[in-house]
Design a protein. Structure first.
Lengths: 91, 227
Protein backbone atom coordinates (compact mmCIF):
# COMPACT_ATOMS: atom_id res chain seq x y z
CA UNK A 1 0.00 0.00 0.00
CA UNK A 2 1.07 3.54 -0.65
CA UNK A 3 1.13 5.82 2.41
CA UNK A 4 -2.03 7.44 1.04
CA UNK A 5 -4.15 4.28 0.85
CA UNK A 6 -2.66 3.09 4.13
CA UNK A 7 -3.88 6.31 5.71
CA UNK A 8 -7.36 6.10 4.18
CA UNK A 9 -7.99 2.37 4.54
CA UNK A 10 -6.17 1.43 7.72
CA UNK A 11 -5.50 4.41 9.99
CA UNK A 12 -8.55 6.62 9.43
CA UNK A 13 -11.21 3.94 10.09
CA UNK A 14 -9.46 3.16 13.37
CA UNK A 15 -9.02 6.69 14.67
CA UNK A 16 -12.58 7.82 14.00
CA UNK A 17 -14.31 5.51 16.49
CA UNK A 18 -11.67 6.38 19.09
CA UNK A 19 -11.92 10.13 18.60
CA UNK A 20 -15.64 10.43 17.99
CA UNK A 21 -16.89 10.42 21.61
CA UNK A 22 -14.65 13.32 22.67
CA UNK A 23 -15.34 15.09 19.39
CA UNK A 24 -19.08 14.79 20.05
CA UNK A 25 -18.59 16.22 23.51
CA UNK A 26 -16.54 19.11 22.20
CA UNK A 27 -19.02 19.79 19.44
CA UNK A 28 -21.95 20.01 21.84
CA UNK A 29 -20.07 22.22 24.30
CA UNK A 30 -18.91 24.59 21.57
CA UNK A 31 -22.40 24.75 20.07
CA UNK A 32 -23.70 26.15 23.34
CA UNK A 33 -20.72 28.42 23.90
CA UNK A 34 -21.41 30.24 20.63
CA UNK A 35 -24.33 31.97 22.37
CA UNK A 36 -21.74 34.07 24.20
CA UNK A 37 -20.80 35.78 20.93
CA UNK A 38 -24.13 37.60 21.10
CA UNK A 39 -22.83 39.60 24.08
CA UNK A 40 -20.17 41.09 21.81
CA UNK A 41 -22.81 41.93 19.23
CA UNK A 42 -22.61 39.04 16.77
CA UNK A 43 -26.03 38.60 15.17
CA UNK A 44 -26.53 34.96 16.11
CA UNK A 45 -29.67 33.16 17.33
CA UNK A 46 -29.29 34.55 20.81
CA UNK A 47 -28.70 38.16 19.76
CA UNK A 48 -31.66 38.19 17.40
CA UNK A 49 -33.93 36.55 19.95
CA UNK A 50 -32.95 39.08 22.59
CA UNK A 51 -33.42 42.06 20.26
CA UNK A 52 -36.72 40.75 18.89
CA UNK A 53 -37.92 40.18 22.43
CA UNK A 54 -37.00 43.73 23.38
CA UNK A 55 -38.66 45.46 20.48
CA UNK A 56 -41.81 43.34 20.58
CA UNK A 57 -42.10 43.49 24.39
CA UNK A 58 -42.41 39.72 24.36
CA UNK A 59 -38.99 38.50 25.52
CA UNK A 60 -40.30 35.21 26.88
CA UNK A 61 -41.67 34.07 23.53
CA UNK A 62 -38.52 34.85 21.58
CA UNK A 63 -36.12 33.52 24.20
CA UNK A 64 -38.16 30.33 24.42
CA UNK A 65 -37.82 30.06 20.67
CA UNK A 66 -34.04 30.44 20.96
CA UNK A 67 -34.14 27.75 23.69
CA UNK A 68 -35.98 25.40 21.31
CA UNK A 69 -33.66 26.15 18.38
CA UNK A 70 -30.56 25.36 20.44
CA UNK A 71 -32.22 22.21 21.79
CA UNK A 72 -33.12 21.22 18.23
CA UNK A 73 -29.56 21.77 17.05
CA UNK A 74 -28.27 19.66 19.94
CA UNK A 75 -30.69 16.86 19.13
CA UNK A 76 -29.80 16.88 15.42
CA UNK A 77 -26.07 16.82 16.21
CA UNK A 78 -26.67 14.06 18.74
CA UNK A 79 -28.47 11.87 16.23
CA UNK A 80 -26.11 12.68 13.38
CA UNK A 81 -22.99 11.92 15.36
CA UNK A 82 -24.53 8.72 16.70
CA UNK A 83 -25.26 7.55 13.16
CA UNK A 84 -21.67 8.38 12.22
CA UNK A 85 -20.45 6.44 15.25
CA UNK A 86 -22.45 3.41 14.23
CA UNK A 87 -21.06 3.57 10.70
CA UNK A 88 -17.52 3.57 12.00
CA UNK A 89 -18.05 1.13 14.87
CA UNK A 90 -15.26 -1.44 15.14
CA UNK A 91 -16.63 -4.91 14.57
CA UNK B 1 -0.33 48.76 32.65
CA UNK B 2 -1.99 51.03 35.17
CA UNK B 3 -0.92 49.18 38.30
CA UNK B 4 -1.82 52.08 40.59
CA UNK B 5 -5.38 52.22 39.31
CA UNK B 6 -5.79 48.49 39.81
CA UNK B 7 -4.43 48.66 43.34
CA UNK B 8 -6.61 51.65 44.13
CA UNK B 9 -9.69 49.65 43.16
CA UNK B 10 -8.75 46.42 44.93
CA UNK B 11 -11.98 46.73 46.92
CA UNK B 12 -13.98 46.51 43.71
CA UNK B 13 -12.25 43.28 42.74
CA UNK B 14 -12.60 41.88 46.24
CA UNK B 15 -16.33 42.50 46.01
CA UNK B 16 -16.32 40.78 42.62
CA UNK B 17 -14.51 37.74 43.99
CA UNK B 18 -16.95 37.53 46.87
CA UNK B 19 -19.95 37.83 44.53
CA UNK B 20 -18.64 35.13 42.20
CA UNK B 21 -17.89 32.79 45.08
CA UNK B 22 -21.27 33.03 46.77
CA UNK B 23 -23.01 32.94 43.42
CA UNK B 24 -21.50 29.63 42.37
CA UNK B 25 -21.31 28.29 45.94
CA UNK B 26 -25.03 28.58 46.52
CA UNK B 27 -25.81 27.40 42.99
CA UNK B 28 -23.68 24.29 43.41
CA UNK B 29 -25.33 23.54 46.74
CA UNK B 30 -28.88 23.89 45.42
CA UNK B 31 -27.89 22.05 42.24
CA UNK B 32 -26.50 19.09 44.18
CA UNK B 33 -29.57 18.88 46.42
CA UNK B 34 -31.80 18.78 43.33
CA UNK B 35 -29.52 16.41 41.42
CA UNK B 36 -29.42 13.50 43.91
CA UNK B 37 -33.16 12.63 43.76
CA UNK B 38 -33.22 13.25 40.00
CA UNK B 39 -30.32 10.83 39.51
CA UNK B 40 -32.03 8.22 41.70
CA UNK B 41 -35.28 8.54 39.70
CA UNK B 42 -33.31 7.86 36.55
CA UNK B 43 -31.05 5.10 37.84
CA UNK B 44 -34.01 3.21 39.39
CA UNK B 45 -36.13 3.83 36.27
CA UNK B 46 -39.06 5.04 38.35
CA UNK B 47 -42.12 5.33 36.06
CA UNK B 48 -42.74 8.89 34.77
CA UNK B 49 -40.37 10.52 37.26
CA UNK B 50 -37.36 8.83 35.65
CA UNK B 51 -38.36 9.98 32.16
CA UNK B 52 -39.18 13.46 33.44
CA UNK B 53 -35.76 13.74 35.11
CA UNK B 54 -34.03 12.57 31.91
CA UNK B 55 -35.95 15.10 29.79
CA UNK B 56 -35.18 17.92 32.21
CA UNK B 57 -31.52 17.01 32.26
CA UNK B 58 -31.33 16.80 28.46
CA UNK B 59 -33.10 20.12 27.91
CA UNK B 60 -30.86 22.01 30.33
CA UNK B 61 -27.68 20.38 29.06
CA UNK B 62 -28.71 20.93 25.45
CA UNK B 63 -29.20 24.69 25.61
CA UNK B 64 -26.80 27.51 26.46
CA UNK B 65 -26.82 28.75 30.04
CA UNK B 66 -27.11 32.28 28.64
CA UNK B 67 -30.52 31.44 27.14
CA UNK B 68 -31.67 29.99 30.44
CA UNK B 69 -30.48 33.03 32.34
CA UNK B 70 -32.12 35.50 29.95
CA UNK B 71 -35.36 33.49 29.97
CA UNK B 72 -35.48 33.86 33.74
CA UNK B 73 -34.31 37.45 33.98
CA UNK B 74 -35.86 39.09 30.90
CA UNK B 75 -38.43 36.50 29.86
CA UNK B 76 -40.38 35.76 33.00
CA UNK B 77 -40.81 39.44 33.89
CA UNK B 78 -42.95 39.84 30.76
CA UNK B 79 -45.96 38.36 32.52
CA UNK B 80 -48.16 40.59 34.61
CA UNK B 81 -49.10 37.63 36.80
CA UNK B 82 -45.43 37.18 37.75
CA UNK B 83 -44.89 40.88 38.40
CA UNK B 84 -47.87 40.94 40.75
CA UNK B 85 -47.10 37.69 42.56
CA UNK B 86 -45.14 37.41 45.79
CA UNK B 87 -42.21 35.93 43.86
CA UNK B 88 -41.55 39.26 42.16
CA UNK B 89 -39.51 40.64 45.08
CA UNK B 90 -37.09 37.79 44.43
CA UNK B 91 -37.35 37.47 40.65
CA UNK B 92 -36.72 41.12 39.91
CA UNK B 93 -33.29 40.83 41.49
CA UNK B 94 -30.60 39.74 39.05
CA UNK B 95 -28.68 37.84 41.76
CA UNK B 96 -31.66 35.60 42.50
CA UNK B 97 -32.24 34.94 38.80
CA UNK B 98 -28.58 34.06 38.34
CA UNK B 99 -28.55 31.65 41.29
CA UNK B 100 -31.78 30.07 40.05
CA UNK B 101 -30.53 29.62 36.47
CA UNK B 102 -27.12 28.34 37.59
CA UNK B 103 -28.71 25.92 40.06
CA UNK B 104 -31.10 24.44 37.50
CA UNK B 105 -28.26 24.11 34.99
CA UNK B 106 -25.87 22.60 37.50
CA UNK B 107 -28.55 20.15 38.68
CA UNK B 108 -28.94 18.89 35.11
CA UNK B 109 -25.22 18.23 34.70
CA UNK B 110 -24.63 16.82 38.20
CA UNK B 111 -27.68 14.57 37.85
CA UNK B 112 -26.07 12.97 34.80
CA UNK B 113 -22.77 12.50 36.67
CA UNK B 114 -24.39 10.89 39.70
CA UNK B 115 -26.53 8.66 37.49
CA UNK B 116 -23.36 7.46 35.76
CA UNK B 117 -21.69 6.92 39.12
CA UNK B 118 -24.63 4.89 40.43
CA UNK B 119 -24.47 2.63 37.37
CA UNK B 120 -20.71 2.22 37.92
CA UNK B 121 -21.12 0.79 41.42
CA UNK B 122 -20.15 -2.90 41.32
CA UNK B 123 -23.23 -5.11 41.59
CA UNK B 124 -21.45 -7.15 44.26
CA UNK B 125 -21.51 -4.26 46.75
CA UNK B 126 -25.26 -3.97 46.41
CA UNK B 127 -25.82 -7.71 46.59
CA UNK B 128 -23.68 -7.89 49.72
CA UNK B 129 -25.81 -5.23 51.36
CA UNK B 130 -29.00 -7.05 50.40
CA UNK B 131 -27.55 -10.34 51.64
CA UNK B 132 -27.18 -9.02 55.17
CA UNK B 133 -30.83 -7.96 55.08
CA UNK B 134 -30.84 -4.28 54.21
CA UNK B 135 -34.04 -3.00 52.67
CA UNK B 136 -33.92 -1.19 49.34
CA UNK B 137 -34.18 2.20 51.04
CA UNK B 138 -31.37 1.32 53.40
CA UNK B 139 -29.14 0.08 50.58
CA UNK B 140 -29.76 3.36 48.79
CA UNK B 141 -29.00 5.47 51.83
CA UNK B 142 -26.01 3.59 53.20
CA UNK B 143 -24.36 2.09 50.14
CA UNK B 144 -25.47 3.63 46.86
CA UNK B 145 -25.56 7.35 47.65
CA UNK B 146 -22.25 7.52 49.55
CA UNK B 147 -20.49 5.41 46.94
CA UNK B 148 -21.98 7.31 44.00
CA UNK B 149 -21.06 10.70 45.47
CA UNK B 150 -17.48 9.57 45.93
CA UNK B 151 -17.24 8.11 42.46
CA UNK B 152 -18.67 11.30 40.96
CA UNK B 153 -15.96 13.42 42.61
CA UNK B 154 -13.49 13.71 39.69
CA UNK B 155 -16.28 14.66 37.26
CA UNK B 156 -17.75 17.01 39.83
CA UNK B 157 -14.55 19.04 40.06
CA UNK B 158 -14.93 19.66 36.33
CA UNK B 159 -18.48 20.84 36.91
CA UNK B 160 -17.33 23.29 39.58
CA UNK B 161 -14.75 24.78 37.22
CA UNK B 162 -17.25 24.75 34.35
CA UNK B 163 -19.78 26.67 36.44
CA UNK B 164 -17.10 29.12 37.58
CA UNK B 165 -16.30 29.86 33.95
CA UNK B 166 -19.95 30.02 33.01
CA UNK B 167 -20.71 32.41 35.87
CA UNK B 168 -19.12 35.30 33.95
CA UNK B 169 -22.44 35.72 32.15
CA UNK B 170 -23.84 37.05 35.43
CA UNK B 171 -22.01 40.27 34.56
CA UNK B 172 -24.34 40.69 31.54
CA UNK B 173 -27.33 41.11 33.83
CA UNK B 174 -25.70 43.91 35.85
CA UNK B 175 -24.16 41.74 38.58
CA UNK B 176 -20.69 42.89 39.68
CA UNK B 177 -18.89 39.57 39.73
CA UNK B 178 -15.17 39.29 38.91
CA UNK B 179 -15.66 40.05 35.22
CA UNK B 180 -18.16 42.76 36.13
CA UNK B 181 -15.53 44.40 38.35
CA UNK B 182 -13.01 44.26 35.52
CA UNK B 183 -15.46 45.82 33.09
CA UNK B 184 -16.38 48.51 35.60
CA UNK B 185 -12.73 49.44 36.02
CA UNK B 186 -12.23 49.51 32.26
CA UNK B 187 -15.33 51.63 31.85
CA UNK B 188 -14.36 54.16 34.52
CA UNK B 189 -10.95 54.99 33.06
CA UNK B 190 -11.36 54.07 29.38
CA UNK B 191 -8.87 51.24 29.78
CA UNK B 192 -8.61 48.53 27.16
CA UNK B 193 -7.48 45.44 29.01
CA UNK B 194 -6.30 46.10 32.58
CA UNK B 195 -9.60 45.13 34.19
CA UNK B 196 -9.98 42.04 32.05
CA UNK B 197 -6.41 40.93 32.79
CA UNK B 198 -6.96 41.22 36.53
CA UNK B 199 -10.22 39.29 36.15
CA UNK B 200 -8.42 36.55 34.20
CA UNK B 201 -5.74 36.25 36.89
CA UNK B 202 -8.38 36.06 39.63
CA UNK B 203 -10.32 33.32 37.81
CA UNK B 204 -7.08 31.43 37.24
CA UNK B 205 -6.27 31.65 40.94
CA UNK B 206 -9.71 30.34 41.93
CA UNK B 207 -9.49 27.45 39.46
CA UNK B 208 -6.06 26.59 40.85
CA UNK B 209 -7.45 26.53 44.39
CA UNK B 210 -10.52 24.49 43.45
CA UNK B 211 -8.29 22.01 41.67
CA UNK B 212 -6.06 21.61 44.72
CA UNK B 213 -9.01 21.12 47.05
CA UNK B 214 -10.55 18.45 44.84
CA UNK B 215 -7.23 16.64 44.38
CA UNK B 216 -6.97 16.42 48.16
CA UNK B 217 -10.58 15.28 48.48
CA UNK B 218 -10.08 12.61 45.83
CA UNK B 219 -6.98 11.31 47.55
CA UNK B 220 -8.96 11.01 50.72
CA UNK B 221 -12.37 9.77 49.60
CA UNK B 222 -11.31 7.63 46.66
CA UNK B 223 -8.30 6.03 48.36
CA UNK B 224 -10.05 2.65 48.30
CA UNK B 225 -10.33 2.74 44.50
CA UNK B 226 -6.63 3.34 43.88
CA UNK B 227 -4.80 0.21 42.93
Amino acid sequence: MTPRTYMIRIVWPQIVPLALPSFTNNWLVLLKTTALASILGLHDIMYNAHQAGRTSQEPFLFLLMAFCIYLGLTMISDVGLRVLGKRYALK
Amino acid sequence: MEYDLIWEHRGLFLEGVWTTIWLIGSSLLIGAVLAIPLALFQAYKIPYLGRAAATYSYAFRGTPLLVQLYLLYYGVSQFEAVRESIFWVALKRPEICAVLAFSLNSAAYVCEMIRGAILAIPQGEIEAAQAIGMTRAKVTRRIIIPSALRRALPAYSNEVIFLLHASVIASTITITDILGAGRTLNGMYYLAYEGLLVAAVLYLAIVFLVDRVFKQAERRYLAYLVR
